[in-house]
Design a protein around this ligand. Structure first.
Ligand code: NAP
Length: 265
């Protein structure tokens, strides 16, 4: 345990938006910890949390500092997505400014296995450039806000999997399926086969909830263009919910989370 403050005097800000964040929220609620869950507000109907929840940006580092002070937060756990680099950087800066303990809950990056055909690229622009010269049928598993540069290439057909309705593609350009993770291998195998996918583009998010598309690509011999994680300033990091609870001084017996079953989904 890094911090020695009694858990009875803690008030935790949990920055969410991932499956891990939701699992930590369940554990904190079960242990009756004083905690606030924070969503950016990107999806229309975010997963309901068993903690008091706020939605929307804080207003940069200054706004986050004001919030932390006004809410008398004593500990921050950043369980945002590994690609939410701006929020994570703001958390590092705000906690350093106020002298607050900060922990990142971050799942390890995916590693290639035998049978994978992965091309690692450093960013979205490189992923666009890595698309084949021949027309391809691409499962573009990156979220809707970064889709346009791929569509602009023109010669490929794209399958998008989105959480919210409202984004359509002309049939000649692609298709949209609505779904929310965690995803299964059976589902993603069927999806890739149904749409005759030849290439997958994905962010190296890590974790099990979104891994099925990579397992399906391996099974089908389908090449994957995998975008590396953005750089984030150094901060203490836990790889599992159980480790995050330990850092907070919460006994696993109070939460139902045990290291042996904490798979970091
Ligand atoms: P980002 O670029 O790092 O953040 C942009 C701004 O959104 C932040 O500066 C902050 O606004 C606000 N924000 C982000 N996360 C927040 C949170 N949990 N609570 C309150 N405000 C938050 O983040 P992003 O990549 O757009 O991701 C937004 C959210 O979606 C994150 O919570 C992330 O966990 C989730 N998500 C992202 C991805 C992805 O691929 N990027 C995938 C799945 C889920 P202010 O500066 O105004 O405070």
């Amino acid at each position: 345990m890094i911090d020695s403050q009694d858990s009875a005097t803690q008030r935790i800000l949990l920055l969410g938006g991932t499956t891990e964040a939701s699992r930590l929220a369940q554990a904190l609620a079960a242990a009756r910890m004083d905690a606030v869950f924070s969503y950016a507000g990107r999806t229309d109907a975010p997963v309901a949390q068993p903690l008091p929840t706020r939605v929307g940006g804080f207003g940069g580092v200054d706004g986050l500092c004001q919030y932390l002070q006004a809410e008398r937060i004593t500990h921050v756990v950043d369980a945002t997505h590994p690609f939410a680099a701006q929020m994570s950087s703001h958390a590092v800066q705000a906690c350093a400014r106020l002298g607050l303990p900060l922990l990142a809950l971050e799942r390890p990056a995916w590693q290639a296995q035998a049978g994978d055909h992965w091309q690692h690229v450093p960013d979205l622009a490189s992923a666009v450039a890595a698309l084949p010269t021949e027309p391809a049928r691409v499962f573009l598993a990156i979220g809707r806000q970064h889709v346009q540069p791929f569509l602009d290439v023109g010669r490929h057909w794209f399958l998008l999997r989105l959480v919210d309705p409202g984004f359509e593609l002309p049939a000649a350009q692609g298709a949209v399926v609505l779904d929310r993770g965690p995803f299964t291998l059976a589902n993603d195998l069927a999806l890739l086969r149904q749409h005759r996918i030849t290439h997958v583009v994905a962010k190296n998010a890590g974790g099990l909830g979104a891994q099925a598309k990579l397992d399906a690509a391996r099974a089908l011999g389908c090449p994957v263009i995998l975008i590396d994680r953005p750089a984030i300033p150094h901060r203490p990091t836990a790889g599992t919910v159980a480790q995050a609870l330990q850092w907070l001084g919460v006994a696993p017996a109070d939460t139902g989370v045990h290291a042996a079953t904490d798979r970091g989904v």
